[in-house]
Write a protein that binds this ligand. Sequence first.
Ligand code: BDP
Length: 602
Amino acid sequence: MLYPMNTSSRVVLDLSGTWQFMLDDEQQVVDVTQPLPTDQVMAVPAAFNDQTVDKKLREHSGFVWYEKAFTIADVLQQQRLVLRFGSATHEAWVYINGQAVGHHKGGFTPFEFEINSYLQAGTNRLTVRLSNLLDYTTLPVGHYTETKDAQGHLKRHVDENFDFFNYAGLQRPVKIYATPKDYIQDISVTPDIDLTAKTAAVQVAVAMAGALDDVKVTIFDEAHQVVGQGQGQDAVINLTDIHLWQPLQAYLYTAKVEGLKAGKAVDVYTEPFGLRQIDVTKGQFLINGEPFYFKGFGKHEDTPVNGRGLNEAYNNLDVNLMKDMGANSFRTSHYPYSEEMMRLCDREGIVVIDEVPAVGLFDSFGFNLELDKSDYQDSTWDKMQTAAAHRQAITELIHRDKNHACVVMWSIANEAATFTKGAHEYFQPLFELARQLDPQKRPCTYTCIMMATPESDKCIDLVDVIALNRYYGWYLQTGDLDTAAQVTRQELLAWQAKYPDKPIMYTEYGADTVAGLHSAYGEPFSEEYQEDYYRMNSAIFDEIKNFVGEQLWNFADFQTKFGINRVMGNRKGIFTRSRQPKMVVRYLKDRWTKIPNLGYKK
Ligand code: BDP
């Protein structure tokens, strides 16, 4: 799916700003043919939850309404006009001038509608009804219940089956873009690289609509020089003397795609892309033929006031903090991040594991379970009806992100019950789908919950990389790092012995740490304990040959639902929520700046 861009044939109008807003208490039917009966405003893009001091709104489960007036300039009236949402969390019904335009479910991927036939002269009224409800058919998964209040009114409740606040709203930009009536629909860029010859055959597949009859493709390098040209909907363009996209040393080419009608360019689009090759072989994760070592984070889109809403200044700061520490990567835990962040990572050379919002696929989630019980009973795969949503999420994510150089692997789920009956049947078709959809055939993985051990996990045959979320020394062996070290070593060696060809990495490990709390004894929750915990883990990682990366949990403290294990959110950040470093950052910076991105474990 193309990102909205201004080109010589396209115009983008941004509807960011303040919108009318209304909580729907479901007492009265909202008449979409009339202006929304409300004086409240809400900034877009951003979550609605933290923009007011209304506790009821902050914790609301159900429906809300947004409305915005807009006008289309006369010069654009003859163009094809498309209304595009970067996301709407989690389900949206869209109306223009009181007429239903369309609907989309899934809170983290873009969707769009052609709107010409709904428009009127002068001012138009765009209305969006939004639901933040989650249940056993959605991703993420929520436990959904309904009760009645004292007046007998329906009360909806979502108990998140995951550890982050259910921020919702129009959290990403809403735009209208104009294209010619004959237009470029989609572009897939698939480089085939010869690392020795330093050449690449770049396939640029173009989908078109309307009366376009040919395509011209021109490739520019970073100095804006033409380095290749091709013709046709499936052009293969040979580049020589190529510059590779390398971790933290990005190099971006641009494909200028012209949709032609009788030899004349009608629609023009420019797509940035990088040349880099990913291989997983013999227990290594190779980028451009060299073993890559992941240093970085599980993150969240989570900032003060904006919530999960796009915050480009924070994104920029986060990338700069990562680079300063010698980090090179992160995972988009636990949902696709904004397109703006993906473009930034392309530009900055940050390596990304791209995750679908498949979190909460574990019915009896908890940490006091016996890890090695082979006959563990769990009803996850009887209860969850998420397969359709999961297929849609994978399809929409790959459709959106397939051309990004920064994306090196897809994560198909986080901490699902992959060790219980029915898991393999559930996941196999999803891995097949991802592999079939991705033109670049990137590796696929899921992150393993602690109960999924080398003995118990039933789906590891499906993954290219064994990605582990582990909390020895935190949820287990709390405060006892010596025992935690033994268990860590034992488990990693067991994975390596059983699957010698699969690289292993940590996609989560961490300890809650309240900034400013110190302990002469290095007790849990203190900054000392956090540092000791990471030192312990690092030492073991370095012993394991096939261990290819450490992505700790979490980059920054983040907001969660309430719970006695959470102190105004999850405190496992190595930065506070406002991005102040905790003590451990110095240790990790020292370690990571010494570890090369490529060739650490040759
Ligand atoms: C894992 C989850 C992550 C949590 C983390 C934690 O993948 O979302 O925030 O543990 O407990 O279970 O901190």
